[in-house]
Each structure stands twice: as C-alpha cells, then as structure tokens.
Design a protein around this ligand. Structure first.
Ligand SMILES: [Zn+2]
Length: 277
C-alpha cells in the first residue's frame, strides 16, 4: 500500500524505486509480462533513470521512496501497457497507486510555466505537490476534476445508456463533470436531465474512485426515477433504456466505480424482492 504521508519530498536517489510512464502508458518489465495478468510491481525495482531525468515523488511504497518518471523513449527490456488495461488486472491498492502516479506526472508535465505570468516553473515545493512561481508567487497544484456517475433505478429495472463514442453493445451509467459552484447532488440532477431528459429523486452517495483519464475524481451515486420520458441528448447519447435486472446487456467491469454502483443496485433490488416473496 502506498503511504502518502506529509514527509518532505526527497530528490531521486539510488535507493528509490520508479514507476515509469511513456505517452501516458505504464511501462512494465518484459520479464513480468503474462498476457492479461500484467502487474507492475516488479518493474519498480528494475530501473534507474539517468541523472537529470525529471521525476515526481509519489510517497512510500513498501518503505522505499517511490517516484514517477515520464520517459521520452521505452527503455530496453520494458513494454508499454495501457492504463485502462492495467486497471482491470490490479487490485484496488495498486490501481490507486498507478492513478496517483499518473496524475502527479501529468501535473508536472502540464505546469512547466506559470499560468499567470508565464515564468518557467523549474522547482517543486519540497514538502507538498505545489509549484510556486518565483516571480508572481502563483501556486500550481495537481488538477483534480470532480465528476459524478449515477445508477438510476425504476422498479426492477435500471437505466443504461450508450454514448455516441461507445461501441454498440457497451452500456454504462450517466456521468459528467461537476460545474463551478455546483453541489454533487445538483450535478447528478443536471447531468441526468441533460443526457436522458428525466428527473431523479432519493440521490444517495455511494463511493468514489480516482479516474486518471486524465484527472477526474469520480463520485458514485444511486438514484431513483422520479418523472419524465427517456429522451437521449442528440450528439451525446446514442441510446438509453430501462433494463430489467435479469436481462442486462454488457455492463462495465466491477473494477470500476461504474460497475460497482450497478452491481450494488442489483443486490439492492434482489434483496427487496426476497423480502417481498
Ligand atoms: Zn507567475
């Protein structure tokens, strides 16, 4: 498990371990490749960057300082694997580690200059993930974008939708970014109405999951149908409908919060049925 802590940030050193990224993909040691079962942990011990390679401190992993590096070429003996692919092969602790590393690396890459006065930001703060502009003192933090994702039920059915960019047969929940000044609950109500034209009630928080594509924090909710007819938003939602829980299309993996809120809704509906019988 990664310990984030509040310790000072060390600089990369020979005893440190490194999680490697290349163009947003994770690099794993080829010794560790087993198709469909890739893990990244052993890769951490197989690599030392050249002096001067830019690295961001992530925290401590098994009592060693862990850094993330974005490399501009794939080192010998390593291969790329997509973050989404890795997500389905990891336990949650490992996914959270990769997620954090990728978000910190993205922050470092995207904040090379002050966004207010364009002075180069060469140094990171030695205790927290902040870059302070040497000229105007503006602070740049890792960007985190809150999003909502909601599973909606109507009796023994749940709503599933397919976005215009999703392949046929791949359904999911309604999701979207929280807007400035909005509560999470307001974002749920607005996104549902915008995307499928219905109103929901009894909106309840479920859980959250960082979603590093590239810096979302997904907050999951369960809700109940209140009123209206399903009307998919043109250009956004290709199709949406109520699906009885015993006749569902392909749903997202249980490794994702999208899959988890659907599965918990199914359990809830099934347990209500058992009580009724
Ligand atoms: Zn500045």
């Amino acid at each position: 498990m990664l310990e984030i802590g509040t310790q000072s940030h060390p600089n990369p050193h020979p005893d440190a371990i490194f999680l490697l990224l290349y163009k947003g993909n994770v690099l794993i040691s080829q010794n560790e490749q087993t198709p469909g079962k890739e893990t990244f942990q052993h890769s951490l011990y197989d690599f030392q960057p050249e002096p001067g390679t830019n690295a961001v401190f992530c925290g401590q992993w098994q009592e060693q300082d862990l850094f993330v590096c974005i490399l501009n070429k794939v080192p010998k003996g390593f291969a790329e694997i997509e973050l989404r692919e890795l997500l389905f092969n990891q336990d949650e602790a490992n996914y959270l580690l990769i997620s954090r590393a990728r978000q910190l690396a993205t922050w470092d890459k995207d904040h090379q200059f002050c966004s207010r006065c364009s002075t180069p930001l060469k140094n990171k703060h030695d205790k927290e993930h902040t870059k302070i502009c040497p000229k105007c003192h503006h602070r740049s933090y890792p960007r985190i974008s809150p999003c909502i994702i909601v599973s909606i039920r109507k009796g023994d059915s749940i709503l599933l939708a397919r976005g215009t960019l999703s392949p046929p047969g791949r359904f999911s929940n309604i999701a979207g970014f929280v807007e400035a000044g909005e509560t999470l609950e307001q974002a749920v109500a607005r996104e549902v109405e915008e995307e499928v034209g219905i109103k929901v009630k009894n909106v309840r928080y479920h859980s959250s999951q960082p979603w590093s594509f590239p810096h979302q924090l997904m907050t999951g909710f369960l809700a109940e149908y209140d009123s209206g007819e399903i009307t998919p938003a043109p250009g956004e939602i290709e199709e949406a409908d109520w699906y009885p829980i015993n006749d569902l299309p392909q749903i997202p993996s249980a490794a994702t919060i999208s899959g988890q809120i659907i599965l918990d809704h199914l359990d809830l509906i099934k347990s209500e049925r058992e009580i009724a019988e």
